[in-house]
Design a protein around this ligand. Structure first.
Ligand code: PFF
Length: 436
């Protein structure tokens, strides 16, 4: 597609909201608070911040530069820069497929809980919250809601880059912030909330700076920033030439960090206020939180608001990996956008069905999750940095970061230095340590 015909996001704010929409999702709202609480609290937040700065932002900038320069889908982008490196684009597409295999299903859970909160059924049932969650998991409803989530994503993506993705992000992201802040304030007034702040924010440096914890922080940074799988390459292919890449990546990272910390400030005070042990993953959001809402006046209302939040955050993320695949099918197979989006949707349904049915007794959810977050995304990010800093024309990264020497003239050399010598080596080191 020529530059003139290719769609692009509007102004500076749109670009930030769209990219932050991809970044902020289940990773920030669900995964981060628990990992932080268990791994040193505020000290973990510091390690996460360092990971974002040293690893996440440089890798995101390499993706931004490649995407905006080539204005192509993930595969096309790498191939047009170097045929020998096109496998990196295919790796991204494959990673998007694997993520599609489980993310929609989990996102679908929030839909069921949203509906059951709004109708009050969640709080009037004779079953306990644990039993309700088990009963839900044993039924067909996770698949049905997962498919509904895929269709919602399709609806947005098929409307196009500007009218679909950009518009949806501009509405949903501010709403997400408002809801999160309202919830944080509401929770602060619960009796015993201070215990939760103490748990979440207690500083345990010894725990936070252990090698395993650093690995977890780096893994969380990739997953949470949507880096290492061509997603930011695809999104930045719709950026305008005069967009300030450094500024955008800083803003996106800051927003992601803020939401992650805010989510912790909602969840832990609530957990402690209800006198419940902080627990892991699914049960934290789908069992513990309903339990807490149950003790509050207007339980169904707060519960509905919370699950709207989870749904919005998930939806702005699902549209981003749907777009990685849609752009790939559209451009590489010369399909219309609609046909490409339908293809992606159909594949996502099939993969979700596979995960849901646990065909041959295999836990695909766990495999897809571990494979993407612990292997494919770190390797993808590492090679993207190596490619951008070592194999592209000298000056490529600097030109892109400075918009041809007009902005960011002092930070660009620092980032290029990190991309060359620090970020890939650090990822490699952590990756090997993780294997051992
Ligand atoms: N960043 C998203 C989250 O934290 O939930 C997940 C994600 C979205 C990963 C898009 C990768 C991606 F391409």
């Amino acid at each position: 597609m020529s530059e003139n015909k290719r769609a692009s996001f509007g102004g500076k704010l749109s670009v930030i909201l769209v990219a932050a929409g991809s970044a902020i999702g289940l990773g920030a709202i669900w995964r981060f608070p628990y990992i932080a609480g268990e791994n040193g609290g505020a000290a973990f937040v510091l390690v996460f911040l360092l990971s974002v700065l040293v690893v996440g932002i440089p890798a995101m900038l390499a993706e931004f530069a490649i995407g905006r320069y080539t204005r192509k889908n993930a595969v096309g982008a790498f191939r047009s820069l170097s045929k020998r490196w096109s496998w990196l684009g295919y790796g991204g597409v494959l990673c998007a497929l694997f993520i599609s295999g489980y993310y929609y299903l989990i996102a679908g859970w929030s839909l069921e809980y949203l509906v059951n909160s709004a109708t009050g059924q969640l709080y009037s049932s004779s079953l306990s919250f644990t039993e309700q969650f088990k009963e839900f998991q044993a039924s067909w409803r996770p698949l049905i809601y997962g498919v509904i989530f895929i269709l919602m994503t399709y609806f947005i993506v098929s409307r196009g880059v500007e009218k679909g993705i950009e518009k949806a992000s501009k509405i949903m992201m501010p709403l997400l912030f408002v809801i999160l802040i309202v919830m944080a304030v509401r929770v602060a007034f619960m009796p015993g909330a201070s215990e939760g702040y103490r748990f979440f924010l207690s500083c345990d440096f010894a725990q936070a700076f252990k090698p395993e914890t650093i690995m977890m922080a780096i893994g969380q940074a990739f997953f949470s920033l949507s880096v290492g799988m061509g997603c930011m390459v695809t999104y930045s292919s719709y950026f305008k030439r005069n967009n300030n890449l450094v500024n955008t990546s800083l803003n996106v990272s800051l927003l992601t960090l803020m939401v992650s910390v805010l989510a912790g400030l909602v969840i832990f005070p609530a957990v402690f206020s209800a006198g419940i042990e902080p627990s892991e993953g699914p049960s934290l959001v789908f069992v513990t939180l309903p339990e807490i809402f149950n003790g509050m006046p207007l339980a169904p209302l707060w519960s509905t608001i919370f699950f709207v939040l989870v749904m919005l955050a998930s939806l702005t993320s699902t549209i981003s990996f749907h777009e990685v695949l849609t752009a790939y099918f559209a451009e590489e197979f010369k399909l219309s956008r609609r046909a490409a989006a339908i293809t992606t949707t159909a594949i996502s349904v099939v993969l979700s069905l596979l995960t849901f049915s646990k065909l041959f007794g295999i836990d695909y959810l766990d495999i897809f999750d571990k494979l993407t977050a612990n292997v494919m995304m770190p390797l993808g990010a590492m090679f993207t940095c190596v490619f951008a800093a070592w194999f592209l024309e000298r000056g490529f990264m600097k030109n892109e970061l400075t918009n041809q020497n007009t902005i960011n003239r002092y930070v660009a050399p620092v980032i290029v230095f990190m991309l060359k010598y620090i970020t890939p080596l650090l990822i490699f080191y952590i990756f090997v340590m993780n294997l051992i």
